[in-house]
Design a binder for this molecule. Structure first.
Ligand code: HEM
Length: 496
């Protein structure tokens, strides 16, 4: 018995000693590497896990700021940490963020976790690099630019938002509704598809794909990931059908009889898919499908979350809601019942733009971007070594009291002097849409979608939260319960 206990004790001691030894060597190796490279100061946390658990537990709350505040206080605005399996340089500095955003292909390359890149597909714009990326990025930009928005998209956005809001009564899960709207808009913009049972079925599969983004990419261990891969295949099959059908149409119209050509010309679609099929690149169906999936991903969660959070912040700030409603009631007063919004209406929503700016500042779904250094990058007297991950945190800058007075309060009036925000704002302190070579191609489209949604919401409904719901920032920025609200038609309010 004693002997057994003795052996047991020795095993334990050996195990603990080995653990201490590996921990010590981990720290020593890291320190030596840090000295050699002139790395920014910081902590690598515990071996293998690093500081991932601290980060996750901070970002699962309404107030994630202490994670960054503590480290900035201890090490300064650029520090090293170890998160999601890799040592990472974390920047909370607007100049360094700018260097990273504008260093695409020269200093850094994109770097997404394995789970996301597998599900996106290898031909996704988000993963493309070099000259192909440049060409495809500007093609995407050209499909969301102000003149297309003005001439086509505004009309579709207005129609689809109204169509969705028509069915609202009593309790509404705002996030779910906003997602439906943004998905329908994307299907229209990309492939000229109107909402149907088919598009709704694709959306349901697509939601499963997104769920897989935030799991461990090991199908054997994660049911969510397995399900996401199966759903990705189904989404790809569905979109391939559309692509094949449209390819046939293009072939008929370029080789068919004159009368058939004329018929097709009349129906010619002016969407992203048409541009991809007509390009000189000769894209395969698989390339086009990957490209479309990426655009659906990029615009879906981002815009729908912003819609939901704008409503949450307005509900919590009644003065702002009253001012917004007045702006939209004035626009409605000049229009006939049911008349669609025009570009000039969109351009006369200055306070709405303040609300949009402020929503994206305090709760942007893209808190920052990961990149991989492709060369040693000197920053602020340190070096980010080649091969290291870098995280340029937009949220840290947006929440910094040095850049925004009373930064942690939702205050749309702060934008009143200059509510028009250029894509790259002066001083780089406001970057909800990123910047440089990967600047969000949907930045204007998202603003229009948000503004039109708010217009129809505040002019038709009053509401209150159906339950208490809290903001969280991990795995993405959202509310815990999809923000349920009880809505009432305003004409009923007035009749009562
Ligand atoms: C409020 C809504 C939105 C926000 C906050 C947002 C934010 C961002 C940010 C920060 C990036 C840069 C990512 C990086 O640098 O790695 C980005 C990229 C992108 N966004 Fe958006 N976005 C929004 C809506 C949209 C919409 C509606 C579309 C649809 C066209 C879209 C399409 C894209 C695409 C395709 C990229 C990748 C660009 C590239 O890698 O070249 N986004 N977005």
């Amino acid at each position: 018995m004693t002997t057994t206990t003795h052996y047991h004790y020795s095993d334990e001691t050996l195990f603990i000693s080995l653990l201490c030894l590996s921990f010590l060597s981990f720290i020593l190796i890291h320190r030596r590497r840090a000295r050699r490279h002139g790395l920014p100061p910081g902590s690598q946390g515990i071996p293998f896990v690093g500081e991932t658990l601290q980060l996750i537990s901070a970002y699962k709350t309404e107030n994630p700021e202490p994670f960054i505040d503590e480290r900035v206080g201890r090490y300064g605005p650029v520090f090293t940490t170890h998160v999601f399996g890799e040592p990472t340089v974390f920047s909370t500095d607007p100049d360094v963020n700018r260097l990273i955003l504008h260093g695409e292909g020269k200093l850094v390359d994109v770097s997404y976790p394995g789970s996301i890149s597998n599900l996106l597909g290898k031909h996704s714009l988000l993963l493309m690099k070099g000259s192909l990326h440049k060409r495809m990025h500007s093609l995407t930009m050209s499909f969301s630019n102000p003149s297309i928005l003005k001439d086509h998209l505004l009309f579709d956005i207005d129609r689809l938002v109204r169509r969705n809001l028509r069915s609202w009564s009593d309790r509404v899960l705002l996030m779910e509704e906003a997602k439906k709207i943004t998905f329908e808009l994307a299907m229209k913009q990309l492939m000229s598809l109107d909402p149907s049972e088919w598009t709704e079925r694709v959306r349901k599969e697509y939601v499963l794909v997104i769920e897989g983004f935030f799991t461990v990419p090991l199908p054997l261990f994660s049911t969510t990931y397995r399900r996401a891969i199966q759903a990705r295949t189904k989404v790809a099959e569905a979109l391939s059908l559309v692509v094949r059908e449209r390819r046939k149409e293009v072939e008929v119209s370029s080789a068919g009889r004159e009368e058939e050509k004329d018929k097709k010309k009349k129906k010619k679609k002016n969407d992203m898919l048409a541009a991809l099929l007509a390009g000189d690149e000769g894209f395969s169906d698989e390339q086009i499908v990957d490209f479309l999936v990426a655009l659906l991903v990029a615009g879906y969660e981002t815009t729908s979350t912003s819609m939901t959070l704008a409503v949450k912040f307005l509900t919590d700030t009644p003065l702002a809601l009253a001012q917004l409603r007045e702006e939209h009631d004035q626009i409605r007063a000049k229009k006939k019942e049911g008349e669609a919004l025009e570009w000039s209406d969109y351009k006369s929503m200055p306070f709405t733009q303040c609300v949009v700016n402020e929503t994206l500042r305090v709760a942007n779904i893209i808190g920052g971007v990961f990149r991989r250094a492709i060369t040693d990058i000197p920053v602020k007297g340190y070096v980010i070594p080649k091969g290291w991950k870098v995280f340029a945190s937009f949220r840290a800058v947006h929440m910094d009291q040095d850049h925004f007075k009373d930064a942690r309060t939702f205050n749309p009036w702060r934008w009143q002097v200059n509510y028009i925000i250029r894509a790259a704002s002066p001083g780089n302190v406001y970057t909800p849409f990123g910047g440089g070579g990967r600047l969000c191609p949907g930045y204007e489209l998202a603003r229009v979608e948000l503004s039109v949604f708010l217009h129809h919401l505040v002019t038709r409904f009053s509401w209150e939260p159906a339950e208490e719901d809290k903001l969280v920032f991990f795995p993405t920025t959202r509310t815990q319960k999809q923000y349920p609200i009880n809505v009432r038609r305003r004409d009923q309010d007035q009749a009562a």
